[in-house]
Design a protein around this ligand. Structure first.
Ligand SMILES: O=C(O)CCC(=O)C(=O)O
Length: 263
């Protein structure tokens, strides 16, 4: 994690990494995502299934998508935030289609799972956070399109969010955006990194002729979360390195993949 990334993540609670994917990586990911999206449910490989806009285990559908889980643009960040004990707990392909997208009210781990559930701290000049989300974008999001909204700085909030603030937490379009809430508009190939402690939500998808494909990669420390959250058929498709990434381990164990040098 560079000093710039550390400063911005600490102040705002999220990072917007522009052009994280090369044009070739992006094209491969878009094609793979489309293959998953366009395959009828009954013809999907074993272990995959769809739940509305969520395409479960999307990261495992193709090697181009699997590569996102340790992409050089995010790997040093994921390692630092988990204190070098990373575990990928899920990786869903999520699709917003014209007319189908559902609005998501403001929420965060503190509100959903209790104030004591999730930590954000700094130690020895490094950031620690035990619930991280990485969103690689396969499509452009332009101002006015909708999509992800965040309340910058809220990852460090010390007080519960009063119910009435920010339109009671419900905003449908950018026109409803309450002061202080920001709509993030990444381009295809950008990656957003944030924490579940960040108060965030989703605006309705407005474009009539474009979709929004994102991968929702969730990481926790390797000693937290469910013991087994992947079907055997999904695990069998993964490279040995990704299999290590999804493993649970004791907190003293250092995974081989963590020893890899990246930017
Ligand atoms: O759709 C998005 O941009 C955000 C998704 C999200 O917040 C989630 O999956 O928890």
């Amino acid at each position: 994690m560079t000093p710039e990334q550390r400063y911005l993540f600490d102040v705002f609670g999220y990072l917007h990494i522009e052009k994280a994917l090369s044009p070739e990586e992006l094209r491969a990911c878009q094609e793979a995502a489309d293959r998953y999206i366009n395959t009828p449910e009954g013809q999907l490989p074993p272990g995959f299934s769809k739940d509305g806009k969520r395409h479960l285990h999307g990261f495992a559908f193709d090697k181009s998508l699997e590569a996102l889980t340790r992409h050089p643009s995010i790997w040093a960040i994921v390692k630092e935030l988990t204190n070098h004990r990373p575990r990928l707990i899920s990786g869903t392909l999520q699709v917003d289609r014209p007319g189908e997208s559902s609005v998501g009210g403001l929420h965060c781990a503190r509100e959903g799972f209790g104030w004591e559930s999730t930590r954000y701290e700094t130690h020895h000049g490094r950031i620690y956070c035990n619930d991280i989300i990485v969103f690689p974008y396969m499509d452009d999001v332009n101002p006015g399109d909708g999509g992800l909204i965040v309340l910058p700085g809220s990852h460090k909030a010390a007080f519960p969010r009063p119910e009435g603030l920010f339109n009671n937490g419900l905003m449908h379009t950018v026109d409803d955006l309450a002061p202080g809430v920001v709509n993030i508009t990444p381009k295809a190939g950008d990656i957003i990194v944030t924490s579940e402690l960040m108060t965030h939500g989703i605006l309705e998808w407005q474009p009539k002729d474009r979709i929004r494909r994102i991968i929702v990669l969730r990481y926790k420390p390797q000693y937290a979360g469910l013991v087994q959250s992947y079907p055997d058929e999904i695990i069998a498709r993964l490279s040995p390195e990704t299999q290590e990434l999804i493993e649970t381990n004791h907190f003293t164990h250092v995974k081989d993949i963590v020893k890899e040098e990246t930017a």
